[in-house]
Write a protein that binds this ligand. Structure first.
Ligand code: PRP
Length: 208
């Protein structure tokens, strides 16, 4: 039995579809249920930001989560496979026409990804004042809370509609299959089996 942590929403749906394709079975959560038991798997529906915690603490053997979240949280889990889904960027956004100026004193950066932001500016020896927000990040530069934002950009529509533009990309992210280190040893055959099956599907999709 493998326990699989999935983030609520589109990624969970897409991952369950992959499992359906592999096993020719139906994998669907009942209405508000957070656990789905099948003969070989136990699926858990968790918040995106909690997937790596479940896996790191071995409450789940494997999980599916965005690389951006993994980089932000830095939990020690195995990154097994890039699922080539949920592709987005973590980028710096500013008001239209404004430019990045590392010499400006006291740059204020609003973000929900504090660690990625910290690392990015530290590597460039730029001191910034990081303002942690939990959402609606695009609002911060508009009302003078911050000079810039570091945020996830998928279509770019949110920035555009709020008069912001990307001035620099920090990283590209996509969804990853991850595993707990101990589970990877104790349940190696099962994990490698599902890894190989999912990998075949991803490879076929890439060729199509
Ligand atoms: C992200 C991000 C942006 C938006 C970007 O938030 O914080 O607001 O998506 O997407 P776009 O480039 O396609 O407009 P998300 O909807 O993931 O919600 P969250 O704040 O709960 O993470």
């Amino acid at each position: 039995m493998l326990t699989v942590a999935l983030p609520k929403g589109r990624i969970a749906k897409e991952t369950l579809e992959i499992f359906e394709t592999i096993f020719g079975d139906s994998f669907k959560f009942d209405d508000r249920k957070l656990i789905l038991e099948t003969p070989n798997f136990r699926f858990l529906l968790v918040r995106n930001q909690d997937v790596a915690t479940y896996v790191y603490r071995q409450a789940a053997d494997i999980g599916v989560v965005g690389l951006d979240t993994l980089e932000e949280q830095g939990l020690d889990v195995i990154r097994l496979l890039d699922l080539k889904r949920g592709i987005c960027k973590v980028s710096i956004g500013m008001r239209n026409g404004e430019k990045l100026d590392f010499d400006k004193p006291e740059i204020k950066v609003a973000t929900k990804m504090v660690n990625i932001t910290k690392r990015y500016f530290e590597e460039r020896a730029v001191s910034v004042d990081i303002i942690k927000l939990y959402g609606s990040i695009e609002l911060a530069p508009l009302i003078g809370l911050a000079d810039m934002i570091v945020d996830v950009v998928e279509t770019g529509a949110t920035m555009k509609q709020n008069g912001l533009e990307v001035v620099e990309d920090i990283m590209t992210s996509s969804t990853y299959l991850i595993a707990n280190k101990n589970s990877y040893i104790a349940k190696k055959d099962k994990i490698l089996d599902i890894y190989e099956k999912i990998n075949e599907i991803i490879k076929a999709e890439q060729k199509a």
